[in-house]
Ligand binder design. Structure first.
Ligand SMILES: C[S@@+](CC[C@H](N)C(=O)[O-])C[C@H]1O[C@@H](n2cnc3c(N)ncnc32)[C@H](O)[C@@H]1O
Length: 278
């Protein structure tokens, strides 16, 4: 593998396995994101910009919220994953969802969006304040800005605490400042919005939590480690033997189930505000 491409700020890689991880992630986080957008005021008939669409999960949620009279436009810099997003939208029968391939910082966009939203995307951008300022030019006065981001201060954990989960916490939170995402972006949204010229946003915090053998969180955490593995190995932080990726989900499941505990996944913090009327 060649050296890490420093111009590409997305650390999780761009494989088919990563696409599957994003889809499973949406199954777990989707209901929380939907509630967040509803609280933010995303509703029927709106024209919404989805920043960093990935496999299209947020765009699909938005399509349902804005309905057939609304419009969803997604921007995504990874054209490969957009193939997945477009196929999923087509399968669901939505004709009012389109995706643009490109970098949201310089792709041409309309300037009359009712809302600009995103999930897990500001954390990958080196200057989220500048990106928000740029995006605000494309939102109508009074329009909504709503982003939901992680804060890995509380990484995936077993409750009560357990050894393998603690090990995974270390793998999934590589040292900051080495090309990875901003681990605390969620709790920085309040300050980031105001630095971009928005009013102090309203905030909401959610965390998926579950237990028992059928909880999908174990596989989701293992998927995340699988996607991060090439980077972690390249950084010299783990070996394939340390991780034993093919059995990781089962071992996480066994750890939680054997102690009759639960697993909590990383929290998401959502922030929403309206662009001032000028
Ligand atoms: C963690 S994924 C989240 C995908 C989706 N928002 C979701 O919640 O399922 C982040 C996505 O943002 C995209 N992205 C990162 N920086 C971007 C940029 N500057 N312009 C457009 N897309 C970007 C990445 O390619 C990736 O697909």
């Amino acid at each position: 593998m060649s050296a890490i491409d420093r111009s590409d700020t997305y650390a999780l890689g761009r494989s088919a396995a990563e696409t599957q991880r994003l889809i499973r992630q949406a199954q777990i986080y989707g209901p929380l994101t939907r509630q967040f957008f509803a609280a933010a005021g995303i509703t029927t008939g709106m024209k919404v910009l989805d920043v960093g669409s990935g496999a299209g999960d947020v765009a699909l949620l938005l399509a349902d919220l804005v309905g057939p009279r609304g419009t969803v436009i997604g921007v995504e810099m990874n054209p490969t994953i957009l193939d997945t997003a477009r196929a999923r939208v087509q399968t669901m029968g939505w004709t009012n969802v389109t995706f643009l391939a490109g970098d949201v910082r310089n792709i041409p966009l309309d300037d009359d969006f009712d809302a600009v939203v995103g999930r897990w995307v500001l954390m990958y951008l080196p200057d989220p304040v500048a990106v928000l300022q740029h995006l605000l030019r494309h939102v109508r006065p009074g329009g909504i800005v709503a982003f939901q981001e992680n804060d890995f201060t509380y990484p995936p954990m077993a409750l009560p605490p357990a050894r393998l989960h603690q090990q995974v916490q270390q793998w999934t939170t590589p040292p900051s400042g080495r090309g990875g995402p901003d681990q605390q972006m969620g709790s920085k949204l309040h300050q980031t919005y105001q630095a971009a010229g928005l009013p102090a946003p309203q905030l909401r915090l959610d965390a998926p939590i579950g237990g028992g053998p059928d909880w999908p969180g174990y596989a989701y955490v293992a998927d995340t480690v699988r996607s991060l593995l090439p980077m972690l190995q390249q950084m010299g932080l783990v070996t394939a033997e340390d991780v034993d990726i093919e059995t990781l989900a089962d071992r996480l499941r066994a750890e939680v189930v054997s102690q009759g505990g639960v697993q909590m996944l990383p929290i998401v913090i959502g922030a929403w505000a309206r662009k001032g009327v000028v």
